[in-house]
Design a binder for this molecule. Structure first.
Ligand code: PHE
Length: 433
């Protein structure tokens, strides 16, 4: 089979690809927003503890399983225990549903890039965004365009497509982010923005906040849907899993923080509410950019940044589904890409229209778009992660030994994996539902 011996060509390529997957809208669109909404620094501290001690466990498990079995999510889980093959399918279902709302945002990003590129900057972004996202044709066309742009890279293969895309886009992404963050720090609201971000406010510390932090940490690390497993399956034999996991966590968190450092000073300089939600990125920020000197330039650069972040994540979602289609239906990479793109394209249409004609079609008070977001982020991700942890801990007996050796770290890892993390995930699930 064509994908049998595929490997990343270097450790850097592997890290860039996994960071590319992890760093996405979650870091820029979601992290500053929910951090603002959940009490700033208290949220941040909770988040850091959760990601460093809890989420690292399933992260290592996915990398381990990928490296050990060198195949897609479904076959890997079947290799662990054939009775649980359905867990693999559940991961693939999740990774098919996530792009169906994620790529809608990708389409909005494309539209904004066009706005700033063509200097068609609206006078009122609140009105503009509401009117634009509720249209029928343009948002759907751009969602599908984003989908196709994302699909091109896995279509071309792991080394020729995915690796090249990440090797070019991720360094560019980092440069743009650093420049924007430095610029933001020169604004008058910088101090207030940083205070908001780093000053603890314990009144927000509750169950919901912990649940949100954990959900965000899982989402941002792309855990619980086989994506890390898939990228891990292309890992070289000598790659150290625990070290790679912490490298990934380090870069992902650093970038989420830089995104906050870029966004909050701007927000406070213009006196808007830091809790503005998704509209922060598509209404408040562009409005502020349009008031800065070289407005088109800053707007354009910001949305190009978002584009790189979202497309490299999108590529990893697509690749997870594609590799599973290749291995389970015995089809070529190209055919698998076309089938997956078609499925995601079809489900994305009603999701895109949730902001317009389908706005009133709600279930549990949620539009189709919100339902996809909620069911994947709050239910499927923690559920899949729980199952992956249980399978790793109880069915691969030697996992902790192979990963860390028979030492104190190994023992702690084993206890966290078998008992602590599953209990926490169950609490998260129960609270979430
Ligand atoms: N981690 C990505 C983000 O933070 C989202 C993602 C989810 C990517 C699932 C791949 C798979 O935006």
């Amino acid at each position: 089979m064509e994908d049998e011996k595929v490997q990343w060509s270097s450790h850097i390529s592997f890290i860039l690809a996994t960071v590319g997957s992890a760093v996405g809208l979650g870091n820029i669109w979601r992290f500053p927003y929910i951090m603002g909404k959940n009490g700033g620094a208290v949220f941040l501290i909770t988040y850091l503890l959760l990601i460093a001690f809890i989420c690292v466990i399933p992260l290592c498990c996915e990398l381990f399983i990928g490296k050990k079995y060198k195949t897609d999510t479904i076959q890997s889980i079947k290799n662990i225990n054939p009775k649980f093959k359905w867990v693999g399918w559940l991961c693939i279902l999740t990774v098919i549903l996530i792009p169906c709302f994620y790529f809608v945002v990708g389409g909005w990003i494309l539209n904004y890039i066009w706005l700033f590129l063509s200097h068609h900057i609206p006078a009122n972004f609140t009105q503009y965004f509401g009117a634009y996202s509720s249209q029928i044709y343009m948002p759907v066309i751009l969602t599908l365009l984003f989908l196709i742009m994302t699909a091109i890279f896995p279509y071309r293969g792991v080394n020729d497509g995915i690796e090249k895309a990440n090797n070019i886009m991720m360094p560019l992404f980092a440069i743009i982010l650093i420049i924007l963050a430095i610029f933001a720090l020169t604004l008058p609201g910088a101090k207030e923005g940083l205070l908001f971000m780093f000053k603890p406010n314990f009144s927000h510390f509750d169950k919901t906040m912990i649940l949100t932090a954990l959900g965000q940490a899982l989402f941002t690390l792309s855990i619980g849907m086989g994506t890390i497993l898939t990228y891990g399956s292309y890992m070289k034999e000598k790659t150290n899993i625990a070290k790679s996991a912490y490298q990934l966590i380090f870069f992902d968190t650093l970038i989420a923080l830089l995104a906050g450092i870029m966004i909050f000073p701007i927000v406070f300089s213009f006196g808007v509410e830091p809790t503005a939600g998704a509209s922060l990125v598509f209404i408040s920020l562009p409005e502020m950019f349009s008031k800065l000197p070289f407005s088109s330039f800053f707007g354009l650069v910001f949305f190009v940044l978002l584009f790189f972040a979202s497309i490299t994540s999108g590529i990893s979602m697509m690749e997870t589904g594609i590799l599973s289609f290749i291995k389970n239906f015995n089809i070529s990479r190209k055919k698998a890409t076309i089938i997956l793109t078609t499925i995601i394209g079809l489900i994305s249409i009603p999701s895109t229209l949730s902001f317009g004609v389908l706005k009133d079609f709600t279930l549990f008070n949620k539009t189709f778009f919100d339902l996809l977001d909620y069911s994947t982020s709050n239910i499927l991700l923690p559920f899949n992660t729980l199952l992956i942890c249980l399978l790793s801990g109880w069915c691969i007996k030697s996992l902790w030994k192979e990963l860390l050796g028979e030492n104190i770290f190994g023992y702690i890892f084993n206890i966290l994996l078998k008992f602590v993390v599953p209990v926490i995930l169950i609490c998260v699930l129960v609270t979430g539902i």
